[in-house]
Design a protein around this ligand. Structure first.
Ligand code: ZNH
Length: 141
């Protein structure tokens, strides 16, 4: 359900994110943990202190998965199938947490790419991240 202009805006911003997945991913995770400290409980085996290598690596993995998804907009279920198994069966992340992370990713995009983050791009990314989230918790029972 992505229009041609949605796809354009998703791809255009992704190209700007791609070279910066470490720092932008780290910032999104830090904002998530600051605004919603309970989300840290899923990462209790990692170091979630400010500036930790674990946060950087987790944020980078999340953004790279989003980049992968951006190349498969018409086929998210298949593109994210393994990740969806992981979140549903192993990590068992409460579905209510996904929109919190998505919101913080949008905030990071808005701060770093203010010119590109038009209302239309905002809406396209909001839809894109919601579709990713829906795919990641689609296998929950
Ligand atoms: Zn997640 C992991 C993505 C959301 C929690 N993740 C992960 C990874 C990735 C991701 C890529 C890696 C995997 C491997 O390694 O294989 N996520 C993602 C995305 C999203 C998400 C894309 C949306 C958008 N997560 C999420 C949330 C949460 C989570 C919301 C909670 C809060 N994850 C998680 C965990 C993990 C992960 C816990 C594991 C970590 C470690 O390392 O251990």
């Amino acid at each position: 359900p992505f229009s041609a202009s949605d796809k354009h805006d998703i791809g255009h911003i992704w190209e700007k994110v791609a070279p910066n997945v470490d720092s932008l991913g780290e910032e999104a995770m830090e904002r998530l943990f600051k605004c919603h400290p309970k989300t840290k409980t899923y990462f209790s085996h990692l170091n979630v202190q400010h500036g930790s290598a674990d946060i950087k690596s987790q944020g980078s993995k999340v953004l790279k998965a989003i980049g992968h998804a951006s190349q498969h907009l018409d086929n998210l279920d298949e593109a994210l199938s393994d990740l969806s198994d992981l979140h549903a069966h192993e990590l068992r992340v409460d579905p209510g947490n996904f929109h919190l992370l998505c919101h913080n990713i949008l905030v990071v995009l808005a701060i770093h790419f203010p010119k590109d983050f038009t209302a239309h791009a905002h809406a396209a990314w909001d839809k894109f991240l919601a579709c990713i989230s829906e795919t990641l918790y689609s296998k929950y029972r």
